[in-house]
Design a protein. Structure first.
Length: 258
């Protein structure tokens, strides 16, 4: 390990994730970036999730299994325990598709010491055939006002410097299904932290996540997003927001990984 490598912390939150978490951890294990801290917060799983996590030995620097209020609460616990200068999250049904994903992120931060956030692209894959790409979430450079038009980077691809969380806080537990969106909007749209879009597929995500599980959850998420914008003094236009979301989502089905 190079002595000047910045430590990167990766946090996974899980509960009863035995069917998928091994792929997640293996994708962390294959990363060629050496100064990597991996943390797992488990919400008292009743299956053999913990056995799988512990089977990876010292790769997992910290494994905590305890009751939490929500997965966002567990994210916040991870933020408090992470010791890296740069922090990212990988969900228990997501995985890094390439061994240099973290290296590319770290290189972007190293090239610009003032940079506070890096994010990239994400592919949705079939739940049981993870080599089959279904949707491609191609992000873009941020411009002021984009969150009001339904834009946001994919949260599993987002890496943020520790001091940003220390200054502006973590996940707001008042939002039950859109706290990740609220956090990104608060940091990027409201606080205007310095960001860089990395045009690389950093994460593969299985279909069937909490938000996309039902139309009811999609509706609840967008309702919370609207509430978050109002809480931060943002003044979105409903037609612009809806059309922006529709355009963004529709592109995911026609865009292709480069």
């Amino acid at each position: 390990m190079s002595s000047d490598q910045t430590k990167v912390s990766i946090v996974t939150v899980c509960r009863n994730s035995a069917a998928t978490i091994e792929d997640t951890i293996k994708s962390v294990a294959m990363q060629d970036y050496k100064n990597l801290e991996y943390i797992v917060f488990d919400g008292l799983s009743k299956d053999n999730t913990l056995d799988i996590v512990r089977s990876f030995g010292p790769l997992v620097a910290l494994c905590v299994s305890e009751k939490d209020k929500s997965h966002y609460d567990a994210y916040n616990k991870g933020l408090k325990r992470a010791t890296g200068e740069i922090i990212g999250f990988i969900n228990a049904d997501d995985f890094y598709p390439a061994p240099d994903a973290i290296s590319k992120v770290a290189a972007a931060f190293a090239a610009d010491p003032a940079l506070e956030c890096v994010y990239g692209d994400l592919c949705y894959v079939k739940q049981f055939e993870t080599d089959k790409i279904v949707r491609f979430w191609r992000s873009s450079d941020y411009r002021p006002g984009m969150f009001l038009r339904g834009w946001a980077p994919a949260h599993p691809t987002v890496f943020v410097r520790r001091h940003v969380y220390e200054q502006f806080g973590g996940f707001d537990l008042n939002y039950r299904i859109a706290a990740d969106w609220e956090l990104l909007a608060r940091l990027i749209e409201v606080k205007r932290i310095k960001t860089r879009y990395l045009p690389e597929v950093l994460v593969h995500m299985r279909l069937g996540g909490m938000t996309n599980r039902s139309w009811s959850n999609v509706w609840k998420q967008n309702k919370e997003i609207w509430q978050a914008m109002k809480a931060h003094g943002l003044k979105p236009s409903l037609p612009s927001f809806v059309l922006g979301k529709l355009w963004s989502r529709s592109r995911q089905f026609v865009s292709r990984e480069a």
